[in-house]
Design a protein around this ligand. Sequence first.
Ligand SMILES: O=C(O)CCC(=O)C(=O)O
Ligand SMILES: [Fe+2]
Length: 248
Amino acid sequence: MALGRGAQAGAAGAGGRVVIATLDWPRIAADLDAFGCATTGPLLTPEDCAALAALYDREDGFRSRIVMARHGFGRGEYKYFANPLPAPVTALREGFWPHLAPVANRWNEALDLAPRFPARHADFLARCHAAGQLRPTPLLLRYEAGDYNCLHQDLYGEHVFPLQVAILLSEPGRDFTGGEFVLTEQRPRMQSRAEAVPLRQGEGVIFAVHHRPVRGTRGTYRVTLRHGVSRIRSGRRHTLGVIFHDAA
Ligand SMILES: O=C(O)CCC(=O)C(=O)O
Ligand SMILES: [Fe+2]
């Protein structure tokens, strides 16, 4: 699909990998291990964000549109991109991968889970595709006043990459109020822990899709995570969701 020049040429285009490589990866990896989520700091320019959000109103370039209230998912809507994905979205998926795959491998080892993730995202996608997970999962979300996203997990088949990224395309306070990204962590035989993640426009949150290991006094245990968005109080909020496994 054709994209606006801003989205093509901006930080998420060819330069996106450079930006991703310069993020504070030791801090991000430490936050992921400690909290199950980490913010990226500035990732996309306001122009990149506007160009991506503007795609929402286009008919072409998407494989489906979901009205959340129809499925009990909350209120608001989202659209899954079709292949070929917009160049900035592919750049983000491929750019994040080499930094996140080692964390995912470490987590799976700690949790005694067999899957290990290859060095290149394309090789993991080939594994998804061979198992019938053929449909692309990156998505754009749009929320208006009163909308919210219920706590959920983005699982789309047997093959799961344990981390995903959501990038806020709108500016809190200016474009919308409310609408905080939230995570809950369900711990075995304990009460759940909630985390709200403040983001700026163009910033991403990296978070655990469904499980993560936590070191306790008697070894490592598995916690279950869910994410969602609190009610938008005013305005309009757009997000780009980057999920690394494709869908059945
Ligand atoms: O809008 C958000 O911040 C969350 C979007 C979401 O659920 C996702 O990207 O998987
Ligand atoms: Fe999600």
